[in-house]
Ligand binder design. Sequence first.
Ligand code: MG
Length: 245
Amino acid sequence: MAWNDYEAVLFDLDGVLTPTAEVHMAAWAEMFSTFLGGLDTSRPEFADADTSAYTDEDYYAHVDGKPRYEGVADLLAARGVELPQGSPSDPPEAETVCGLGNRKNDAFTAVLERDGVRPFPGSLALLDHLRDLGLPLAVVSSSANARAVLRAAGIADRFVTVVDGRTAAALEIPGKPEPDTFLHAARDCGAAPAAAVVLEDAVSGVRAGAAGGFGLVVGVDRGAGEQTLLTAGAHRVVTDLADLV
Ligand SMILES: [Mg+2]
């Protein structure tokens, strides 16, 4: 890997640097299983809802890598369930898209606080290597919890900038699969897109990297599948970031 050809490296967080994708998946599954299982289909607005069991396939098809409320909205649309959007300040009990998203977030933060999180060993090896090379590094995450995860993993000091869900909301720029959050991070690193590398495990994030015209888009296959990531626009696919040291 010719890292000297590049001027910045932009990392997705969940599933690329830390195995938080598993924590997110478990939190989503708990929230959606409870919600769909308890849905009252005798209510006219839910009469056509598909309440079959929520699966990992649902996660990869509708939720993975998207901003939280968009993940909720897309899964509900796929199940024929219409809920009001509500507002991010909705309590977790609210029967709204935002309320369901906040339920999921409560489950995630509970697990993070209880168990902590360790970076993938191969990802830590690559972070060390890139630090030795002096390349500016960024985190670009749809999560609103990115900073808490980086602190829990002990790697918060490695990055020039963190562009997360809160940053995107404050800047009023769209999240993945649009390229804007990656473009913002590249600017923060002082690099043109063509001189920056994107590392992503989610289809929506690989699409964002491809749409932004980045010099290299590396798909990290944590379950989405090599061919799926290549089709979404990855230039190459690895299963371990240690392969890039
Ligand atoms: Mg990810």
